[in-house]
Design a protein around this ligand. Sequence first.
Ligand SMILES: *Cc1c(COP(=O)(O)O)cnc(C)c1O
Length: 485
Amino acid sequence: MQTKQALLRSIPKVDDVANHERVLELMMISSRQVIMDAIRKVIDQRRNEILTLTASVDVSIDTETAEIKGKSIDIDVEAIVEDVIQAVYKLNEMSLRRVINATGVILHTNLGRASLYSGIKESLWEIAENYSTLEFNIATGKRGSRYDHVEEILTKLTGAEAAMVVNNNAAAVLLILSTLGKGKDVIVSRGELVEIGGAFRIPEIMVQSGANLVEVGTTNKTHLYDYERAIINGETGAFLKVHTSNYRILGFTEEVSLSELATLGRTHDIPVIHDLGSGALIDFSKFGIEGEMTVHESVASGADIICFSGDKLLGGPQAGIIIGKKHWIEQMKLNPLTRAFRIDKLTLAALEATLRLYFDTDKVISQIPLLEMMTMPLEIIRERATHLRDLLSDQNLVDHICLEEGASQVGGGSMPLQELPTVLVKINPVGLSVKQLETHLRQSQMPIIVRIQKDHILLDVRTINERDFEYISNTIKQILRNKEV
Ligand SMILES: *Cc1c(COP(=O)(O)O)cnc(C)c1O
């Protein structure tokens, strides 16, 4: 029997831990300051544990381990060193880090929406690491505009007259409404008063912009005459058409097409704004994915101003792209909000590099990950799923593993009804619950985010890069082998 005091005295000293060979090795990856802080923290934790657990009683210690009411406190120097190493790793770890998306939701909002084509990383890093022509015109030696870098590409790709870019599409909508609609009426169909995730709602954006929202029609039916009757000479600033990207109204419905609205707008000299939301630059119907108007079609329908996201169906970085009539784009560039919404140089570099890929419409599909995932043939998905299943198959570890037909989703509030047929790897773990396996995967060194369905874990290979298969299977096997711990 020893007293609490004796136990506290036997905790290794800070210097003993600091001079341990494994801790000395840590100096290669971390500063002395960080390591010393971690050592003190771990030792303090041990001390506090002993103090709370042994409040008033004597404790018996079995040489180096305090056993109190079945709970053990390991005060061996090796155990403390191990905790210090873990703590230092944790401190050095980025909070924003990569994960593996095994959910099959392609534009997963919480996991960063679109991922970029790896081939653009040099372009991106070149700008990050150096000074650049961000706002400098090489030809004249004078100040240039950051919008010039993508304006020509965007007009070529979409057929629009002019273009600019801001931080995201929410900012684009606000900027447009503020420029065209401030102090005026903006007419919108009641069927299109959308809420996008994160509290972006058309009526509220309208208030922020200083425009006066004039709702017309009903939830399910809006006619051309509804718009026409709402026009007040001198008061109407614009018509706004919003793509209902994240919901559909089905059944007894009617909406005014963009081209009809554009014709009405021209007759009355009222600009038509189209918030396209997703911004597809390729025609997905070629791949059996119907119902998404391309940016090109929106321009051809006669909209005066169109906006869309850089990181939805375009597959680039987060950005808000605004295209349309030069007259309006020039006014927007002068709006003070533009300064507040301005796009960062890294985003701009990523966007320019991504947009350039679209000049080769055949190649772009296999380059931009979003496009590749969206258009991946079912046979390829099945092959990949089979490969992953084979890597995972280990009779002792899984009770049941099989392939199952299912569906992937586009996500990101795009194409809500579109189900993309896929093949899922379905795992039924032995010895631990599905919830426990999910937690371990989520908390593994490179987090793996999976789907849970009843008592199974589902992995959708559509959104997983094949080079991560090895990591996934090793991690799952390791978790299942160590399940007792
Ligand atoms: C997604 C979306 C937005 C907002 O775009 P962000 O890029 O998320 O800012 C605005 N309008 C519509 C119709 C959308 O689908």
